[in-house]
Design a protein around this ligand. Structure first.
Ligand SMILES: Cc1cc2nc3c(=O)[nH]c(=O)nc-3n(C[C@H](O)[C@H](O)[C@H](O)COP(=O)(O)OP(=O)(O)OC[C@H]3O[C@@H](n4cnc5c(N)ncnc54)[C@H](O)[C@@H]3O)c2cc1C
Length: 419
């Protein structure tokens, strides 16, 4: 137990994982969340084994297993649904922990329930939005705005962590001239639809190429033998200005169908899936340029506030959880908060900056683009188009850079719990 007190701005996946981790390490924490009543928002998200390991060490392994779908395989296909390569995932790939495909909102509420139970309701304060902060050599003073009562709440602590997402107010104060996120001229249309299972009912599929692709995977079961299937259609758009990122903005089915009406594969009829979807959401493909520092004295950034990345390779949520564990370890092993934040920055930022840039080039999914360039009309044998060696080089280089290869995840020491 040390005497450090931490304020976390943002109760998303990163902020809540941090609260749980700090509590586990005996460090006092209070979370401030801008939303008054957190609801299960979002659709699917992937939790990589490295993050599942951390949540398991926080005692949440069983809750995860009953909430998500353990993903055993990823199929990478061309735009005709032809298989380019498949790779085992999670336990099937030799990890000691599964990969889960899970509803983001359910994951957030699962973490929130656990955090409230452990840190106490009084230390999870909702409806309070960080507006400013100031630090001296002893404390950081943080101001929050309560939109309902139109009043301010002031709190102080040894450390402030901005876990407040891609539009982080903390980051904006550290980098006031940064501006809006960088739009990659692609739109994402996303939904979760109750439908008949495809393939073996567990496999995740990415199909298409850089300019147009789909990502489909089940995130839960539904009645009548159906599954809750998460799908994302992604397409380059050259004729639009970037819309403001809003995870909850709806779009008409017709817009998506117009672009994907021919995507009917022997194993999946995408137009039918689109037609069956009650709500479809639109989100621009955005990230931000890497920054030269996350930690400034007693203030640091975590998760999307620190490294907003394009959602390639299912890394954003998982890496936010890893940030939380690394920051907790630094705070519990380093008595001085400023030194702890500098250590966390040095440990995590270089690899995350690397992922941001790799994801702009399709990251681990680059094999799809090679297949499109070499065989735009499809292929008879995939080996005529792309070699196994090329595929292995693409996937291995990303996994090692992100620290998510089997060897590293299975054998690295635990961040906090002695095994
Ligand atoms: C509503 C929503 C839906 C999403 N849906 C998906 C999805 O379907 N698929 C996917 O892959 N990713 C989704 N994401 C993004 C995904 O959750 C993140 O990329 C990843 O989990 C990293 O989480 P994070 O905690 O860093 O950021 P986030 O999950 O964005 O959480 C940030 C939190 O900070 C709060 N906040 C913002 N500003 C302030 C402030 N000034 N003061 C206090 N609190 C503040 C927000 O309300 C939010 O709860 C969604 C995010 C949100 C907020």
């Amino acid at each position: 137990m040390n005497n450090i007190r931490v304020i976390v701005a943002g109760g998303g996946i990163g902020g809540l994982s941090l609260a749980l981790s700090l509590h586990q390490a005996g460090i006092s924490v209070r979370v401030y969340e801008a939303v008054r009543e957190p609801a299960p928002l979002g659709i699917g998200i992937n939790l990589q084994p490295t993050a599942v390991r951390e949540l398991t060490e926080l005692g949440l392994g069983t809750a995860l297993a009953t909430t998500g779908i353990a993903t055993p395989r990823l199929n990478v296909c061309n735009k005709f649904g032809q298989l380019i390569h498949d790779e085992p995932r999670g336990l099937a790939a030799g990890y000691r922990w599964p990969q889960y495909s899970i509803h983001r909102g359910k994951l957030q509420l699962l973490l929130l329930r656990a955090a409230r139970e452990r840190i106490g309701d009084d230390n999870f304060r909702c409806g309070l939005k960080l507006t400013e902060f100031a630090q001296n050599d002893r404390r950081v003073r943080v101001v929050f705005f309560d939109r309902q009562s139109r009043s301010e709440v002031v709190d102080d602590a040894d450390v402030l962590v901005g876990a407040d997402g891609i539009h982080s107010a903390v980051r904006h104060r550290l980098y006031p001239t940064e501006g809006e996120p960088r739009f990659a001229q692609q739109m994402l249309w996303r939904a979760a639809t109750e439908a008949a299972p495809f393939l073996d009912g567990q496999t995740m599929v990415i199909a298409g190429h850089f300019g147009q692709r789909i990502i489909v995977y089940p995130i839960g079961t539904a009645s009548g033998g159906k599954m809750l299937i998460n799908w994302i259609c992604q397409k380059t758009v050259t004729d639009r200005a970037p819309p403001r990122e809003d995870w909850n903005r709806r779009v008409e089915k017709e817009d998506v169908l117009a672009a994907f009406s021919t995507w009917k594969f022997p194993w999946l009829d995408l137009p039918i899936l689109i037609k069956q979807s009650p709500d479809i959401y639109e989100f621009p493909l955005v990230d931000r340029d890497p920054v030269a520092a996350w930690s400034f004295g007693r203030v640091t950034l975590l998760g999307d506030a620190a490294h907003p990345m394009q959602p390639i390779g299912g890394q954003a949520g998982s890496q936010a959880i890893l940030d939380a564990r690394a920051l907790t370890r630094a705070l519990s092993e380093t008595g001085d908060p400023v030194a702890a934040l500098a250590r966390y920055d040095g440990e995590r930022r270089p690899a995350m900056n690397d992922i941001i840039l790799r994801n702009r080039n399709l990251g681990p999914e680059a094999a799809m683009q090679l297949a499109e360039e070499r065989a735009p009309n499809g292929f008879v044998h995939v080996n005529d188009v792309i070699s196994r060696g090329e595929i292995d080089a693409i996937t291995a280089s990303f996994a090692a850079a992100a620290g998510v290869d089997v060897e590293t995840v299975n054998n690295r020491p635990s961040y906090l719990s002695p095994e």
